[in-house]
Design a protein around this ligand. Structure first.
Ligand SMILES: Cc1cc2nc3c(=O)[nH]c(=O)nc-3n(C[C@H](O)[C@H](O)[C@H](O)COP(=O)(O)O)c2cc1C
Length: 165
C-alpha cells in the first residue's frame, strides 16, 4: 500500500477544523447541492476559489455540465442547512432547497440568503484527484456580510469559533 489507510486519513482530517459551505448548482430546472468543507481561496487576481466534490455526489455531474457553481459560506445559525445538504437530517434530497431562502446573482446558480458570503462562479478548470474533482471557479459575482459568526466543523461536529459560540 502506498501512503496511509483511509482510517488514518479520516482520523487526521477530523482534527482539521474548517468552515462549512454549501455548494449549489442549477440546470434545466433541477437544483442540486452538497455540504462541503473542502473549499478555499485560490487567487485574488483573477478572483478564484476551489472546491473538491466527490464524483458520486448528486451535484457533481451537473456542476461539470453547467460549468458553474455557487459557494455559500454558512453562518453559525445555518447548521440545519449544513445537515440537510449533507443528507444527515433524514429528509429526501428533493427537499434540500426547502431549507433557507434562495436567490440568484450572475450565473443563475442558487445563492443562499443569510450566508456569510456567496461566491458565484464559472468553472475555470477541473482537475481529477482520486474520488474527487477539484473545480477551480472564477468568481463572477459575490456578496458578503460585514460581520458574522461562522459555522465550523471540527472533531466530528458542528460548532462555532470559541469567542462567538
Ligand atoms: C462537514 C461535512 C463536510 C463535507 N465536505 C465535503 C466536501 O468537501 N466534498 C464532498 O464531496 N463532500 C463533502 N461532504 C459530504 C457531502 O456533503 C455528502 O456526501 C452529501 O450527501 C453529498 O450529496 P449527495 O447526497 O448528493 O451525494 C461533507 C459532509 C459533511 C457533513
Amino acid at each position: 500500500m502506498i501512503g496511509i489507510t483511509e482510517d488514518a486519513f479520516k482520523k487526521g482530517m477530523r482534527q482539521l477544523a474548517a468552515a462549512v459551505n454549501v455548494i449549489t448548482v442549477a440546470h434545466n430546472g433541477a437544483k442540486e447541492g452538497l455540504t462541503a468543507t473542502a473549499a478555499c481561496s485560490v487567487s485574488a487576481e483573477p478572483p478564484q476559489v476551489l472546491v473538491c466534490v466527490n464524483t458520486t455526489s448528486g451535484a457533481h455531474d451537473i456542476i461539470q455540465e453547467t460549468g458553474a457553481f455557487c459557494l455559500n459560506v454558512l453562518a453559525r445559525d445555518q447548521e440545519d442547512i449544513a445537515m440537510g445538504f449533507a443528507g444527515m437530517d433524514g429528509a429526501d434530497r428533493s427537499e434540500r432547497f426547502d431549507l433557507g431562502s434562495w436567490c440568484t446573482l450572475a450565473t443563475g446558480m442558487p445563492v443562499l440568503d443569510g450566508a456569510l458570503a456567496n461566491f458565484d462562479c464559472q468553472i475555470a478548470q477541473q482537475i481529477q484527484a482520486g474520488t474527487h474533482s477539484v473545480f477551480i471557479g472564477l468568481i463572477v459575482a459575490s456578496r458578503a456580510v460585514d460581520d458574522g459568526a461562522p459555522l465550523i466543523y471540527g472533531d466530528g461536529q458542528f460548532t462555532g469559533v470559541s469567542n462567538r459560540d
